[in-house]
Write a protein that binds this ligand. Structure first.
Ligand SMILES: CC(C)(COP(=O)(O)OP(=O)(O)OC[C@H]1O[C@@H](n2cnc3c(N)ncnc32)[C@H](O)[C@@H]1OP(=O)(O)O)[C@@H](O)C(=O)NCCC(=O)NCCS
Length: 435
């Protein structure tokens, strides 16, 4: 396929045998142009093949932009480094509405989110059906899915106002459900949200306070968790976001769609990587064993990979990883943790890997998960909660992308095709006659 060589090519020519077709080229505001193959099958009778969608733009979006080679991440055009200094609800507003809020808009948005933080009291009984040792992610998938049972008839997705109410409900209730999943797993009573606290402080209180003691939120730690939420808020068309869009493309209930996204996020190649990274650092155990693990990561016969290293899109330092590294040092400093052996291993592992030809050649850099596990553990979260926190933060991205998809006039039900390599048509043989 040859794109025409003029300054601004408008189409690409696809030639198969002696036949040629012109395929329109669509231009984004930044980033690679896109060859529009929507009519390819109708015109040529051929599909394209792209397992893992490494070269496929599944939608048009105005929310998040990533330049993986340069290590750039923009939400609605704003660099993540600058937004990391804002607060999470401001980022939520930006992702949902497309612009930064005025002071009055921000106050109104905070008020609306805060008014929706409680979950239906029936939800707490729903929780009690789970085993205590259930993974909090499984509890979160189920409880967010269950929200659809509470807000189905009241969510007409063709009504913009109801779409926004569903989005706000989702952002407001996810910390409450995440904290309930945690409290249930440790056998402590659920803590109701407290609406005079900011989003992150309220979450910390719901997780770590108990009825028998006063709980004072440490502002440095709540600032750190707020920043972690900002860093995870959206990341364009990754596996879980694509899952939410695909589920939503059939017109399904938005809470059920978010539950589908949470299920996808759970895997170790996606949201589960920070848990895996921390486990790996523990397994390495001491700085002198790092070379052994680096060698294992390079050995093609060994399934071991350096967790928290490498990224499908970033072929440069993940910009979020730098902020996360700084946040990690801030949290450990505030908590007076001077010598964290896992942090020492992480710093040294990063230093060695960044100089190693194998990692340099393949452009494998630390990703956000490399330092987030150490930070979250220091904040008091068990590893089983790490992906839950990721899901909490990503909920705004998922719901924003879902809303954008529903509002896109070109949106159709997602229906990928396949390269079929199974048996061709054959006749059924009754079991008695089979050899
Ligand atoms: C994130 C990840 C799934 C991206 O995968 P991908 O884009 O499909 O990249 P590939 O699997 O094609 O890797 C390209 C090459 O780098 C190697 N590689 C990628 N990540 C590696 C890692 N963490 N450790 C060792 N080698 C790695 C691959 O073996 C491959 O080598 P090859 O070209 O010699 O076969 C992958 O880097 C990974 O598994 N990382 C660890 C898990 C993780 O941290 N995930 C969080 C993502 S935010």
């Amino acid at each position: 396929m040859d794109a025409s060589q003029s300054n601004a090519p408008k189409s690409a020519t696809l030639t198969i045998g002696d036949e040629s077709w012109e395929l329109p080229i669509l231009n984004g505001t930044i980033g690679p142009d896109v060859i529009d193959i929507a009519k390819l099958y109708a015109q040529t009778g051929k599909f394209t093949y792209d397992p893992g969608f490494t070269s496929t733009a599944s939608c048009e979006s105005q929310i998040t932009y990533i330049d993986g080679d340069e290590g750039i991440l923009l939400y609605r055009g704003y660099p993540i480094e600058q937004l990391a200094e804002s607060d999470f609800l401001e980022t939520c507003y930006l992702l949902l509405y497309g612009e930064l809020p005025t002071a009055a808009q921000k106050a109104d948005f905070d008020y609306r989110v805060t008014r929706h933080t409680m979950v239906h009291e029936q939800m707490s009984r729903f929780f009690h059906g789970f085993r205590r040792d259930a993974h909090p992610m499984s509890v979160l998938v189920a409880s967010v899915g269950a929200l659809s049972a509470f807000y189905h008839d009241s969510t007409d997705i063709s009504d913009p106002q109801q779409r926004m109410i569903a989005s706000i409900r989702m952002i407001a209730k996810i910390p409450t459900l995440a904290a309930m999943a945690y409290k249930y797993s440790i056998g402590q009573p659920f803590v109701y949200p407290k609406n005079d606290l900011d989003y992150a402080s309220n979450f910390l209180r719901m997780c770590f306070s108990v009825p028998c003691e006063e709980y004072k939120v440490n502002p440095i730690l709540s600032r750190a968790i707020d920043r972690i939420f900002i860093l995870h808020a959206d990341h364009e068309q990754n596996a879980s976001t694509s899952t939410v869009r695909l589920a939503g493309s059939s017109g399904a209930n938005p809470f059920a769609c978010i539950a589908a996204g949470i299920a996808c996020l759970w895997g170790p190649a996606h949201g589960g990587a920070n848990e895996a990274a921390l486990k790996m650092l523990g397994e390495i155990g001491s700085v002198d064993r790092i070379p052994e693990f680096i060698n294992r990561a390079k050995d093609k016969n060994d399934p071991f990979r350096l967790m928290g290293f490498g990224h499908r899109v970033y072929k440069n330092y993940d910009p979020r990883a730098k902020i996360m590294q700084r946040t990690c040092h801030e949290v450990l400093g505030e908590l007076g943790i001077k010598d964290d052996p896992l942090l020492d291993i992480a710093v040294e592992l990063e230093r060695i890997a960044l100089q190693d030809e194998y990692f340099v050649e393949r452009k494998l850099y630390p990703n956000i998960d490399f330092y987030s596990g150490i930070t979250l553990r220091a904040l008091g979260f068990p590893t089983s909660m790490f992906t839950v926190l990721f899901a909490l933060a990503r909920t705004v991205g998922w719901i924003g992308q879902w809303k954008e998809m529903i509002e896109d006039p070109s949106q159709r039900i997602g229906r990928p095709r396949q390269l079929y390599t199974g048996a061709t048509q054959r006749d059924y043989v009754p079991i008695a006659r089979r050899k």
